[in-house]
Design a protein around this ligand. Structure first.
Ligand code: ZN
Length: 384
């Protein structure tokens, strides 16, 4: 009897995604088509499989990883390309069983062809609507909202924050800051973050992937982030010790001591937008089996699982969950816990979140359980 859920079972489960970049998730075939239509410079490979391999090759650092976006951004400089990318994003997520997603885009990276930032947002929102409508035709329902990202290395985060607030009732769910952590602390963007807070809007900051605790501390305590984009390095503030029993044997007893910042993040239920495959791909963590997500789960942090960049990490929500099930023996209880954590942490209204949990997520899990009654993967995992 199978010990972990199969990919097909996981694909059926309703899933929630809070951290996914539109420009990091294009289909390789679409990139080739966009390049051909636009007479653009050759891509690093000329067939979809080899192009996928090029994007997903292991990166030397998060910064090296970021440079892979250049050929994608070159092709996303007009409204039809942005609309197509967004429509396919929504479709692909729906096919993967994602029922709610927040997708990120940095408007300023798509204006080289003459689009204004507002036109960039309009084109992407149109695509998300088209993709969700197509998904309904094949019986899938997905609600995809947009997060507008400002770049750490740029100086105009306040304008992006203002744009996000202006689109809050048209599909934009919040504001984000991304880009290289080293040398660009989030405190450079306090004005934008304060603007978001004063507008009673939502804020997530990339922090704690390439850089450690100071980045997380600034994101939360100076910038007021509602969620941490990545945040995996919070483990730098957790000391784990193993005490081995005497000659009588038995399993080692593990203890964990949280520093003040880690305790704050856990006590305040600050959601961690963990991206396990991305962390392995960028070399932040050596392998999935060594990823601290299991430690953070056992310590009951508000852990969520995310794809970050589906093309660059050769991943999907199903693949992320399947990888974690294989690495840690997770069953449906843990996948459900990650999913409800993510839904609780979404930047939509409390009533909308509850409706998705009660009317979509719980019934979706119940249907899968009913079809697999008695399977080993229903066991409840132990917590610390
Ligand atoms: Zn990211």
């Amino acid at each position: 009897m199978t010990a972990v859920p199969t990919d097909d079972t996981i694909r059926r489960l309703p899933k929630v995604l809070l951290h996914d970049h539109l420009d990091g998730g294009l289909r390789p075939a679409t990139l080739l088509a966009l390049a051909a239509e636009r007479g653009a410079a050759a891509l690093p490979a000329d067939d979809p499989d080899r192009l996928q391999d090029w994007f997903a090759a292991p990166a030397a650092s998060p910064e090296d990883h970021l440079r892979r976006f250049a050929p994608v951004l070159d092709l996303l400089q007009d409204a039809p390309a942005l609309t197509r990318a967004a429509a396919e994003c929504a479709e692909d997520l729906a096919h993967d069983g994602v029922v709610y997603a927040e997708v990120k885009i940095a408007p300023e990276q798509h204006t080289r062809g003459g689009l204004t930032r507002a036109q960039v947002v309009d084109a992407v929102l149109e695509g998300l609507r088209v993709g969700a409508a197509r998904a309904r035709l094949f019986g899938r329902s997905v609600d995809v909202r947009l997060l507008l990202t400002a770049l750490r290395q740029a100086a105009d985060s306040l304008e992006i924050a203002d744009l996000a607030v202006r689109y809050r009732h048209r599909g934009v769910a919040g504001f984000d800051i991304a880009g290289p952590e080293a040398g660009y602390p989030p405190t450079r963007h306090i004005a934008a973050c304060e603007y978001i807070k004063r507008a009673n809007f939502h804020l997530t900051l990339h922090a704690g992937e390439g850089f450690g605790l100071s980045s997380i501390w600034e994101a939360i305590q100076w910038c007021g982030a509602d969620r941490l984009g990545q945040g995996v390095r919070i483990t730098d503030d957790i000391a784990v010790a193993e005490e081995y029993p005497g000659a009588g044997g038995g399993a080692p007893v593990r203890t964990a001591k949280l520093g003040e910042l880690a305790a704050y993040v856990r006590d305040k239920r600050v959601p961690l937008e963990l991206c396990p495959s991305a962390n392995v791909n960028t070399g932040v963590v050596p392998s999935l089996a060594e990823h601290p997500i299991d430690l953070l789960r056992r310590l009951r942090f508000r852990v969520t699982v995310n794809t970050d960049n589906r093309l660059l990490n050769r991943t999907s929500m199903t693949r992320e969950f399947a990888g974690l099930c294989a690495a840690f023996g997770y069953g449906l209880d843990t996948l459900s816990w990650f999913t409800v954590n993510a839904m609780k942490s979404a930047f939509i209204g409390h009533d909308e979140r509850l409706a998705l949990i009660e009317r979509v997520i719980k019934p979706g899990y119940a249907a899968v359980r009913a079809d697999h009654a008695g399977a080993a993967f229903f066991r409840r995992e132990d917590d610390w």
